[in-house]
Design a protein around this ligand. Structure first.
Ligand code: SF4
Length: 679
C-alpha cells in the first residue's frame, strides 16, 4: 500500500500523517510537529473515511441538481442581493477546516470583488482574542513561540488549556521533555482539575475569569521583587510604568486562590528565566479574553522573556488551519497577508495586486454580530463553508432561527444532514480530508501540505474550485481562473512579495520557489528564525506595548457553566463520531458536577440534571467528580441536535463577546441546575 504524506485535520498541533486508501494511518516520523506520534483521534482517522452521510451531489431545496444549475443559482442570488441591497447584505461564514488556498480565494472574492468584509469564520471562536492581544502588544498578530521552546523551557505555565486532551501530541512532547529533564516545572491554571493537571507540579484552580487578576498580581510581584528587566523594557517596551501601576491596584482575591498558592506561582515565575506561557480557550473564550492575553504578554515583556529559546508567550490554536486563515486575512477585521482594512495604503496595495474593481473599506461583521444581522434581516444571502454554526455558536437556537431568517442560504459541506444544512436552500458537496489538496499552518507557523489519497466521491469538489466557479459566474472569471491549488498558493506568495514595503511579520519569501507537490513542512519566516530576538517589534517606533488591563467585575451565578472538548471527539463529531473506538471513551453528553453540589441538588450518580439559562435548556447525565470545583459545571460541546434530543450545550450559552476581539465567552456563563423529574 502506497502511503501519502499529509497532515491531520483536527487540532492546531498539525501532526504529519502517512495515510493509505485502505485506511492505514501512521504518524509521520519526519514531520517536525509530531516526529511520528499521533493521538487517539489522529490514529483513528482511517476509521472515519467512509462515505456514510456524505453529500455527493448538489441539491436545491432538497432536490438533486447539477453543478451548473446550482452554481448559477448561487451566483445570481448573491449578485442580485448586492445589486439591490449593497455588498454589505451578503456574507461568508468559513471554517478553520478550510485549507489556506480555499480561505485565500473566499477572502479575495468577498473583500476585493464583492467589496465588503463580511467574511468571518469559526476561528473567531478559537483565537480572535489572541490575535487582538498580539496586535496591541506587538503591532502584528505574531505567534512567537515554537514547539521546541516547550522542550527547552524550565517552567511551562499552561493557562486555560487542557493540552492533554485538546493538543495531545504537544502534551506528549512536554511530558517526554519533563521526564528527560526532571527539573522542568509545570504549572496548570484552570478552574477544573483536568488530565493536564495530572502532569503539573502546581495546579491553580483559579476562579472563572480570574486570569487578569492573576497575571496583574504576577506583574506587581515582579516589580516589587526587583525582577523587571529595566534595561530590556527601556530599550524595547512602552507602557511599563502604566501597566505596573494598574497591576498594583488589582485585587488578587479575584483569582480565588489563597496566599500560599499565589506566592508559590509568583516565586516560581520570578526566579525562572526560561518560561513559556501556553494559553488556549480558557483565556480566549472570555469577555475579557484580549485583556487576559495582554496581562500574560505584559509579564513576558516586562522581564524580556520573549525572543529567546525556551521563553515566551504561546497561544495554541484549536483548529487545524486557524493560522492559515489568519495569514490570508480570512477574518472580518483583517484584509490579507496581515494587512489592515483601516489603512488606505494597505487597501490600495492589495487591490492593485488583485486588480480588483473594489476593496472593502471598513471591517465586516464578526461571527456573533453576523448572525445577529441575519436575525435582523440585514443579510440577504449567506454562504456557510465547512462548519455548523447552528450548533457551535453561542445561543445556538437563536443562531438557527437567524439562519432560517436569511432569504438565501448556501452551504458547502462534506455531509448532507447537519443542523445547519437543514436550514440551507442550496447544498454544495465539498471534498473532504484525504480527497483535497492544499496547505495548512499549525500553531508554530509551520506550513504543511494536506494531500489527497482518496478518490473524490460523487460530484464533490474542492472548496477553492466551488468558490472560484461562483466568482466566475458573478463576472470575475479572469481573477479566479485557477486550475489547481498550487496556482493559488503561488499567487498568495506573490502577493506577499508585492507587499514587502509594508513592515509585517508575515514573510513567505522562503516559499517563493517552493516545489508545491513536494513541499516539506516549513515554518515562516524560515525555520529557526526567532521572532523578536533582536528586540524589534512592529509598532512604528519598533517597540512593544504593555497594555494596562484591569480585572473584570466578576459575576457570581449559582453555577458557572464551562464548555469544552472530550479527549476523543472533534467538534460536532462529523468525523470522530464514526469511530466506535473513539465513541467508547465518553459515549453520551454529561455534566461534571462537584460532589458537594450534587448532594445539595439531591443528585446521585447517573442522575439526569436539567440545566437552564436564559437562552435554553438541556438534560445531561451527572458525572459527579471533585475535578469540578464547587459552583462550577463542565459539559462537552460535541453533541448536535441530531445526536441528542436532550438539548445542545450551546443552546445554553449566551452570545456575549469580548468587546475587542468579538470572541464569544463560552467558559463561565450563568446557569441553574435541578434534578430532572424531582418534585
Ligand atoms: Fe491530530 Fe492534534 Fe492529535 Fe496531532 S495532536 S494527531 S494534529 S488531533
Amino acid at each position: 500500500m502506497t502511503l501519502t504524506r499529509t497532515t491531520c485535520p483536527y487540532c492546531g498541533v498539525g501532526c504529519g500523517v502517512l495515510a493509505g486508501a485502505d485506511g492505514t494511518i501512521k504518524g509521520d516520523p519526519d514531520h517536525p510537529a509530531n516526529f511520528g506520534r499521533l493521538c487517539s483521534k489522529g490514529a483513528a482517522l482511517g476509521e472515519t473515511i467512509d462515505l456514510d452521510g456524505r453529500l455527493l451531489h448538489p441539491k436545491v431545496n432538497g432536490v438533486r441538481t447539477n453543478w451548473d444549475s446550482a452554481l448559477d443559482l448561487v451566483a445570481s442570488n448573491f449578485s442580485a442581493a448586492i445589486a439591490e441591497h449593497g455588498p454589505e447584505s451578503v456574507a461568508f461564514y468559513a471554517s478553520g477546516q478550510l485549507l489556506t488556498e480555499d480561505y485565500y480565494v473566499a477572502n479575495k472574492l468577498m473583500k476585493g470583488f464583492i467589496g465588503a468584509a463580511n467574511m468571518d469564520t469559526n476561528s473567531r471562536l478559537c483565537m480572535a482574542s489572541s490575535v487582538a492581544g498580539h496586535k496591541r502588544a506587538f503591532g502584528t498578530d505574531t505567534v512567537p513561540g515554537t514547539y521546541r521552546d516547550l522542550e527547552e523551557a524550565d517552567l511551562i505555565v499552561l493557562v486555560g488549556s487542557n493540552l492533554a486532551w485538546c493538543h495531545p501530541v504537544l502534551y506528549q512532547r512536554i511530558a517526554a521533555a519533563k521526564e528527560a529533564r526532571p527539573n522542568m516545572r509545570i504549572v496548570n491554571i484552570d478552574p477544573r482539575r483536568t488530565a493536564t493537571s495530572d502532569l503539573a507540579d502546581l495546579h491553580l484552580s483559579i476562579a472563572p475569569d480570574g486570569d487578569v487578576a492573576l497575571f496583574n498580581g504576577l506583574l506587581a510581584h515582579l516589580a516589587e521583587a526587583g525582577r523587571i528587566d529595566a534595561n530590556y523594557a527601556t530599550a524595547h517596551v512602552n507602557g511599563l510604568a502604566e501597566a505596573v501601576t494598574t497591576a498594583k491596584d488589582t485585587d488578587v482575591a479575584d483569582t480565588g486562590l489563597n496566599a500560599p498558592e499565589l506566592a508559590a506561582f509568583f516565586d516560581l515565575w520570578a526566579r525562572t528565566d526560561k518560561v513559556v506561557t501556553v494559553y488556549s480557550q480558557g483565556v480566549n473564550q472570555s469577555q475579557s479574553g484580549t485583556d487576559k492575553v495582554n496581562a500574560i504578554l505584559n509579564c513576558h515583556l516586562a522581564t524580556g522573556r520573549i525572543g529567546k529559546p525556551g521563553c515566551g508567550p504561546f497561544s495554541v490554536t484549536g483548529q487545524p488551519n486557524a493560522m492559515g486563515g489568519r495569514e490570508v486575512g480570512g477574518l472580518a477585521n483583517m484584509l490579507a497577508n496581515h494587512l489592515d482594512i483601516a489603512d488606505p495604503d494597505h487597501r490600495a496595495a492589495v487591490q492593485a495586486f488583485w486588480d480588483s474593481p473594489t476593496i472593502c473599506t471598513t471591517p465586516g461583521l464578526k461571527a456573533v454580530d453576523l448572525f445577529a444581522a441575519c436575525a435582523a434581516g440585514k443579510i440577504k444571502a449567506l454562504w456557510i463553508m465547512s462548519t455548523n454554526p447552528a450548533v457551535s455558536l453561542p445561543d445556538s437556537d437563536g443562531v438557527a432561527a437567524a439562519i432560517a431568517n436569511v432569504p438565501f442560504v448556501v452551504t458547502s459541506d462534506m455531509l448532507e444532514a447537519t443542523d445547519t444544512n437543514d436550514l440551507a436552500h442550496v447544498l454544495l458537496p465539498a471534498a473532504g480530508w484525504g480527497e483535497k489538496d492544499g496547505t495548512v499552518t499549525n500553531s508554530e507557523r509551520r506550513i504543511s501540505r494536506q494531500r489527497a489519497f482518496l478518490e473524490t466521491p460523487g460530484e464533490a469538489r474542492a472548496d477553492w474550485r466551488i468558490i472560484s466557479d461562483v466568482a466566475a459566474r458573478m463576472g470575475f472569471a479572469d481573477a479566479f481562473a485557477y486550475r489547481k491549488p498550487a496556482d493559488i498558493f503561488a499567487e498568495y506568495v506573490a502577493l506577499d512579495a508585492a507587499l514587502s514595503a509594508f513592515p509585517r511579520d508575515l514573510d513567505l519569501s522562503i516559499f517563493a520557489d517552493a516545489d508545491y507537490a513536494n513541499l516539506i513542512p516549513t515554518q515562516w519566516p524560515q525555520d529557526d528564525k526567532r521572532f523578536f530576538a533582536d528586540g524589534q517589534f512592529y509598532h512604528p517606533d519598533g517597540k512593544a506595548r504593555m497594555v494596562p488591563v484591569t480585572s473584570p467585575a466578576l459575576s457570581q451565578p449559582r453555577f458557572a457553566l464551562n464548555t469544552g472538548r472530550n479527549r476523543d471527539q472533534w467538534h460536532t463529531m462529523t468525523r470522530t463520531g464514526k469511530s466506535a473506538r473513539l465513541g467508547a471513551h465518553l459515549a453520551e453528553p454529561y455534566l461534571e458536577i462537584n460532589p458537594c453540589d450534587a448532594v445539595e441538588l439531591g443528585a446521585g450518580p447517573g442522575a439526569i440534571l436539567k440545566v437552564e439559562s436564559p437562552f435554553g435548556s438541556a438534560l445531561l447525565r451527572a458525572l459527579i467528580t471533585d475535578r469540578a470545583p464547587q459552583g462550577q459545571l463542565f459539559a462537552p460541546m460535541h453533541w448536535t441536535r441530531q445526536r441528542t434530543t436532550s438539548g445542545t450545550i450551546n443552546s445554553l450559552t449566551a452570545p456575549d463577546v469580548d468587546p475587542v476581539s468579538g470572541q464569544p465567552a463560552l467558559k463561565s456563563g450563568g446557569v441553574t441546575a435541578t434534578v430532572f423529574g424531582a418534585t
